[in-house]
Design a protein around this ligand. Structure first.
Ligand code: GDP
Ligand code: ZN
Length: 360
């Protein structure tokens, strides 16, 4: 076993599995997924692979033992018989995973990324006095709790990264508050606009460690990844916006190797994980508002100026804190926007079913 595999995260957990494996099979790590092809890093470089037909062709969702490989997975490959594609014959048992729950039309949870050591849950400070909705929402403690719970569930270590520290003169105080609230989870600040702004994050990116990034779009994940890699591999929000159809035109990689040796994962799946983590919190955390709303005159009361609204009445009477209603409205607005976006995406997917494109 070589240093190269170790530098890709081939730790003892995988080595011991490899010893039991059919000696014919070569180990590799999945770094990108296409429609029916996988890019895999092996000891001898990057290769293109397909799934072994026999193994997966008949797989049903109920066949839990038949694991679909995903980004970050270690797999056992057999050499191409006809000189073209390598074949993925085996998926190593995962050390950690990040799972998107059953939602909408999906009935089984889906693993979107495997074998991450850390998941950086990225949020951002807002410019003081500015109405920066993304930043404000990204620091919502209930949202952060949901992310942390979802990360912990898959066995990875969460790390709270508050970006755009350059915008917040009081960032030390704010981080101390967050640290107290979320202990033992580590909270660090980041800034892509300062030369030393990523030092704390960089120091955790040791060789062989895999770090995934999740968080609302706009908090600066792409900027952070680009800065850590020292080159522009991930498009930032502005560049993505200029791609009118929002899709990838070229082959892209989703697992990147940092010059310092850590492995960074940023995938469309991670972005969707963020959405799912939010949606799951829909009913959680607002029991007080929900209980009051049973007394509203209208069943579909939006608690926004309707006559006979028990929630607003409670605010007036001082039994419900006004900021509870405000955060409730905020979350609902966001969930509505997301639901619409997902519906639109779904319709788009149905229309484009037979075209091989990937929506970002
Ligand atoms: P993503 O959607 O999470 O990948 O976010 P992007 O990387 O696309 O960044 C969103 C916006 O935030 C861009 O305009 C960036 O220039 C800006 N941004 C990213 N990092 C920082 C930072 O540390 N400080 C400030 N002030 N702006 C940042
Ligand atoms: Zn109401």
């Amino acid at each position: 076993m070589t240093e190269r595999l170790e530098s890709l995260g081939f730790s003892a957990h995988f080595k011991s599995q490899y010893e039991q494996l059919d000696a014919r099979l070569v180990p590799g790590r999945i770094v990108a997924m296409h429609r029916r092809e996988w890019d895999v890093f092996t000891d001898s470089g990057a290769i293109r692979a397909v799934l072994a037909g026999k193994r997966w062709a008949d797989a049903r969702p109920s066949d839990h033992h038949i694991v679909q490989p995903t980004i970050g997975d270690w797999v056992g490959l057999s050499e191409p018989g006809d000189g073209t594609y390598w074949v993925i014959e085996h998926v190593f048992e995962r050390r950690t995973h990040l799972e998107r729950g059953a939602a909408g039309r999906r009935t089984t949870p889906q693993t979107i990324v495997a074998n991450v050591d850390w998941v950086a849950v990225v949020s951002a400070f807002e410019r003081p006095g500015a109405q920066d909705a993304v930043a404000h929402r990204s620091l919502n403690p209930r949202r952060l709790e949901r992310y942390l719970a979802a990360v912990a569930q898959g066995g990875a270590e969460p790390l709270l990264v508050v970006n755009k520290a350059d915008l917040e003169p009081e960032h030390d105080t704010r981080v101390r508050e967050l640290t107290e609230r979320f202990a033992p989870v580590v909270v660090i600040t980041a800034s892509t606009k300062r030369p030393d702004g990523l030092d704390a994050l960089r120091s955790r990116c040791v060789p062989g460690t895999t770090v995934g990034f999740v968080g609302l779009s706009g908090v600066g994940k792409s900027s952070i990844i680009n800065a850590l890699l020292g080159k522009d591999v991930q498009k930032t929000a502005r560049e993505r916006g200029s791609d009118a159809r929002g899709r990838h035109t070229t082959t892209h990689r989703e697992l990147f190797v940092m010059p310092e040796g850590a492995l960074l994962i940023d995938t469309p799946g991670m972005r969707e994980f963020a959405l799912a983590a939010d949606a799951e919190g829909e009913l959680g955390g607002f029991d007080d508002v929900q209980a009051l709303s049973e007394e509203c005159r209208f069943r579909d009361c939006q608690h926004d100026g309707e006559p006979g609204c028990a929630v607003e009445e409670a605010v007036r009477a001082g039994t419900l804190a006004p900021d509870r209603l405000m955060s409730f409205r905020e979350l609902r607005t966001e969930l509505d926007a997301r639901r619409k976006l997902q519906q639109r995406k779904r319709r788009g997917q149905l229309r484009g079913k037979f075209k091989s494109k990937r929506a970002r």
